[in-house]
Write a protein that binds this ligand. Structure first.
Ligand code: MLT
Length: 267
């Protein structure tokens, strides 16, 4: 069931299903909690599953003009506080992973495990920052055509044809993201810090899920980051670009389930 709560006077939408140890899912940019629908339904047979729309996405309101990763991490923390949840596993897709890392830096006591799903602890390069500025200008002109281009990069060329319904679904979600939410997300990602140190000193296990054909988060850099934490696992999705939850749903489900079972067993 969809629920809401208030964070800094903004309405934030979330879902809460199942019982037991809790996994919280954070979507990427410009997505919504809908991307986790099938996966969360399957996992909710064994875990309590929370999904939420980050500020400026899905049914959640915007909070000003820059959604920093720290601001969004505080929003996640506010939800945990409201639900009286102390220890959870955070799974973040891409931008959701940047938010999960900011959360880990601020509230590491609340974590039993962290999953970076097509995500990275690196900050934007100077070139990437310039690209974000160009993206903001393009969004101001025509945000629908901008998001259509983004969604095409999320799938491999084969999957773009094979998974037409999923492509259309992501297209719809992206097109429904308000202009202010898109710009605030781009600005927030542009100013985010490098958080490799969070991985290096992580007292909890970290699962990396990488797409072999991901044009946004290069696999080689994830392989290096997977060496940083004391306990880490790396799943390489060979047939995926940036949307493994749709491109290889079974492998994704099994990896997150197995990782979560063992992370919750660790004292
Ligand atoms: C995402 O999927 O969340 C974004 O593509 C991440 C990014 O642009 O860095």
């Amino acid at each position: 069931m969809k629920k809401t709560f208030l964070f800094k006077q903004a309405k934030i939408s979330y879902t809460d299903k199942g019982k037991g140890n809790t996994i919280v899912f954070l979507h990427g940019f410009p997505e919504s909690k809908e991307i986790w629908k099938e996966l969360s339904l399957k996992l909710s047979r064994k875990f309590r599953i929370i999904t939420m729309d980050l500020p400026g996405h899905g049914s959640s309101d915007c909070i000003g003009y820059v959604h920093s990763m720290e601001l969004m991490a505080e929003c996640v923390k506010a939800l945990l506080k409201k639900l009286r949840l102390r220890k959870v596993i955070l799974v973040g897709h891409s931008m959701g992973g940047y938010v999960a890392l900011a959360f880990a830096e601020l509230f590491s006591d609340n974590l039993k495990g962290l999953c970076l799903f097509h995500s990275t602890a690196l900050a934007d390069s100077e070139e990437k920052k310039k690209e974000r500025d160009r993206a903001v200008a393009a969004v101001k002109k025509n945000h629908k055509s901008f998001v259509r281009q983004i969604v095409k990069k999320l799938f491999t060329p084969v999957n773009l044809k094979k998974l037409k319904l999923k492509v259309q679904l992501l297209q719809r979600i992206a097109e429904e993201t308000p202009k202010q939410g898109i710009i605030a997300g781009l600005e927030g990602m542009k100013e985010r810090r490098n958080r490799e140190v969070v991985l290096k000193f992580a007292p909890y296990p970290v699962l990396f899920i990488a797409g072999k054909k991901d044009p946004i988060i290069p696999l080689e850099s994830i392989k290096e980051q997977a060496n940083l934490p004391e306990y880490s696992e790396l799943l390489i999705l060979k047939q995926s670009a940036h949307a493994g939850f749709y491109e290889q749903p079974l492998e994704t489900f099994e990896a997150i389930r197995g990782f979560s079972v063992s992370a919750f067993k660790k004292s």
